[in-house]
Design a protein around this ligand. Structure first.
Ligand SMILES: C[S@@+](CC[C@H](N)C(=O)[O-])C[C@H]1O[C@@H](n2cnc3c(N)ncnc32)[C@H](O)[C@@H]1O
Length: 325
């Protein structure tokens, strides 16, 4: 059953789900503050509040993402492969779209990630939860992955997962956020911004850098989403793909949305969701911003996007946006 056809019990559980996550993340934040005080840094909760909450979020995310089991092999396959296995855990009739049986948000990710090709920017990979899926993409389709992850506390686990899935050489971790001022120097260092032209002279990139950009649950956290999305768009090559799975504002004014869920998105913010969840924002219109960013070029060449779980506070959009060639 898709999460849009919820029973009342399932809907209530879905409304409460962010409360459970919030409580868990908050416990890490409280623990970080108590430890700072006990170690003699009495004023750290006031003077180093940002540092403490970033450390706490890093630890929380390692625990949270490790707590989710990696998908069994049948769920890591491409949609075509999965459909042909006819496995019990992920039964898919040939004519069905892979997401039609989406029960949890992670069900949306495999068919999107499987479309990555060429030089890939993985925005905010965290601890590398998606590494098994990246490793499933045929090696011949990929030149390199670049993971831009600002939370340094997650890098060890990210590198460990890349190595564990055979991507130690292919997956390069960039210690930066995706904002231009932070990412640009790292792209420069990686030699991605300037390339020799046919005459051997070094020319600046004008035609983008990446064939694919992956954003999975990350545009909810970037500080200036409009600016960041515009920058990501500029980094895409013509014909390049933005592969996106993001949670967004509840479409409560439409028949499919829910006013209750929309109100709860605000309530969770009031209870500190953004602070303890690494600035994650539950009520962004990310899809609208992504659609709008290509208007300067007459729109995206193609957009294939679906919305999921529209009665809940964690509404998801999942899709592929192709830049005009
Ligand atoms: C909710 S986690 C998602 C991690 C991963 N994409 C996944 O699906 O499991 C959000 C990640 O985005 C990262 N992040 C937050 N702000 C960012 C920014 N401005 N640029 C790049 N990454 C950012 C966080 O450090 C965190 O690792």
């Amino acid at each position: 059953m898709a999460r849009d056809d919820l029973t009342t019990r399932q809907w209530l559980d879905a409304l409460a789900e962010p409360a459970q996550i919030l409580t868990w993340a908050m416990s890490y934040y409280i623990e970080a503050n108590i430890k700072a005080i006990l170690s003699g840094r009495l004023l750290a909760p006031l003077l180093n509040a940002h540092q403490l909450r970033d450390e706490a979020f890093g630890k929380f995310w390692v625990a949270f993402s490790s707590n989710r089991e990696e998908p069994p092999p049948s769920e890591q396959l491409s949609p075509e492969e999965s459909a042909s296995t006819g496995s019990i855990s992920a039964p898919k009739a040939e004519e069905e779209k892979p997401q039609e049986k989406a029960v949890v948000s992670s069900d949306l990710i495999p068919p999107i990630i499987s479309q990555a090709t060429g030089v890939v920017l993985d925005v905010g990979p965290g601890t590398g939860t998606q590494m098994p899926l990246l490793a499933q993409i045929p090696a011949s389709n990929i030149k390199a992955f670049y993971g831009a992850e600002p939370c340094l506390g997650l890098h060890a686990e990210l590198r460990r997962r890349a190595a564990a899935h055979g991507l130690a050489e292919t997956y390069k971790v960039l210690p930066c956020s995706v904002e231009q001022s932070s990412l640009e120097p790292e792209l420069e260092k990686a030699g991605l911004l300037a390339s020799p032209d046919v005459n051997g002279a070094v020319g600046k990139r004008e035609d983008g850098v990446f064939d694919s950009i992956i954003t999975i649950r990350v545009l909810c956290s970037v500080p200036d989403p409009q600016k960041t999305i515009a920058y990501l768009y500029s980094l895409l090559k013509p014909g390049g793909k933005l592969l996106l799975v993001e949670h967004v504002v509840n479409p409560w004014t439409t028949r499919k949305g829910s006013l209750v869920a929309r109100v709860l998105q605000g309530v969770y913010h009031l209870f500190g969701w953004r602070w303890v969840m690494g600035d994650c924002c539950l009520n962004r219109d990310t899809e609208g911003m992504v659609r709008a960013v290509a208007e300067v070029d007459g729109g995206w060449e193609s957009v294939e996007v679906d919305r999921w779980f529209e009665k809940t506070p964690m509404v998801y959009v999942a899709g592929v946006f192709v830049k005009r060639g």
